[in-house]
Design a protein around this ligand. Sequence first.
Ligand code: HEC
Ligand code: HEC
Length: 138
Amino acid sequence: MKKVLGILAIIIAPILLTSALSRPIASDYEIVDGNFKNLKVLPQDISKDSLMGLMQQYNRALGVKCNYCHVQDKAADDNHNKDIARHMIKFTNDLNSKEFNPLGKHYENSVSCAMCHRGDTKPITGVKYFEENMKQKK
Ligand code: HEC
Ligand code: HEC
């Protein structure tokens, strides 16, 4: 009986795996205009293209993939990094509107995720780390 189960597992595992891999990402959630369910900081009427443009920027600025902030259902709040990202979006917007935009055209929207993150989830937060980083590059 054990042997039969073992053989069955060998046959079934690859089938399960391929079906999991071939399943479209977020099959239970279509990313389309007007279908955003849980926006707390981005504009409610944001288009799919603008939202996806921002998400791609987050990926590149932090050097991550979507799943760094999201579980499969992109509207769910089950990933703590999504919470942190909401604060980051808000404080980036605030810095621009309150501190940078008033300085004039040249300073408009100068603050972005990439400004601090530079392709990493953890920006360098102290001179000591900055200097170590420079030494490593030499
Ligand atoms: C750095 C974190 C981060 C990364 C990386 C990220 N997202 Fe998001 N995403 C968020 C946050 C935060 C929200 C919610 C914004 C709000 O509350 O207004 C969101 C919202 C969304 C929504 C809207 C969900 C809804 O219905 O409310 C979609 C769709 C989405 N992201 C897709 C993606 C995709 C696809 C990728 C990869 C290309 C991605 N995200 C990468 C943080 C991230
Ligand atoms: C002014 C600098 C600054 C800007 C701008 C900024 N961040 Fe951050 N971010 C930080 C710092 C500092 C941390 C804490 C890093 C640590 O844990 O050491 C952090 C942490 C995070 C984390 C948690 C990372 C982890 O693994 O703990 C996420 C997610 C994040 N930022 C997303 C964003 C996104 C998205 C944007 C743009 C909307 C953004 N940040 C803009 C400085 C910034």
